[in-house]
Design a protein around this ligand. Sequence first.
Ligand SMILES: CC(=O)[C@@H](O)[C@H](O)COP(=O)(O)O
Ligand SMILES: NCC(=O)COP(=O)(O)O
Length: 252
Amino acid sequence: MIALSVNLNKIALIRNSREGSYPDVVAHGRLCLDAGAQGLTVHPRPDQRHIRPGDVRELAELCRSREGIEFNVEGNPFAEPLKDYPGLIPLVLETRPDQCTLVPDSNDQLTSDHGFDLKRDGARLKPIIAELKAAKVRVSLFMDSDLEQITLAGDVGADRIELYTGPYAEAVARQSGDIDAIFTAHSAAAEHARQLGLGVNAGHDLNLINLPRYRTLPGLQEVSIGHALTVDAISMGLDNAVTAYLNCLSGN
Ligand SMILES: CC(=O)[C@@H](O)[C@H](O)COP(=O)(O)O
Ligand SMILES: NCC(=O)COP(=O)(O)O
């Protein structure tokens, strides 16, 4: 079974567009879990454009209260702390999510758009990964479909990789000629990770159109989906959107 982890960033983005706490991020996380999602994901960026440290603390409690539900916190461990943002690692060590997905985003990026270059960052990531694992937090690294880089992910002690699926999503949206080549590269990367003993997650710009093919990705354990699921929820309702993504993953 491929687990669906709903990313709540965009619920928080709407909340932050006004004073107060409407929509309530935790209440919407609870709704996703009640609809059957196996986990929740957040990406607390230093500028707090959407998810804030308080959201991470409250959602950690919510997920801990639910048997079998996983909480995944994403971010760049090297990002310059801004305002009252404590930094990703202190926040993760405080809240102890089930998984931390490290992502090489800089503070000025609109969104995540590439995986790690472990030739450059591997040495300084290794002790951070060890510290998170010592705290019993599973570590996943956001990676492109590059076999050499995925080998390095194993070398630096990652438990899993999260394949960056943006290029495939873009190719499907444009109906470009390289759709199959991109997915073939994804599959090779997933198989390579699996042979190295690494778990396989996937995410970014997944939606109800491009997601079905990921049912064939070797060893896929979890997808984290937020942007498109939130957009679908505007017309379907959040519980129906979660159900639609669960059905898509199970082939129903
Ligand atoms: C790592 C990744 O691809 C997404 O999880 C990321 O959280 C998207 O961030 P935004 O929601 O800020 O675009
Ligand atoms: N890791 C991917 C994620 O959490 C959500 O990405 P998106 O669906 O918002 O593009």
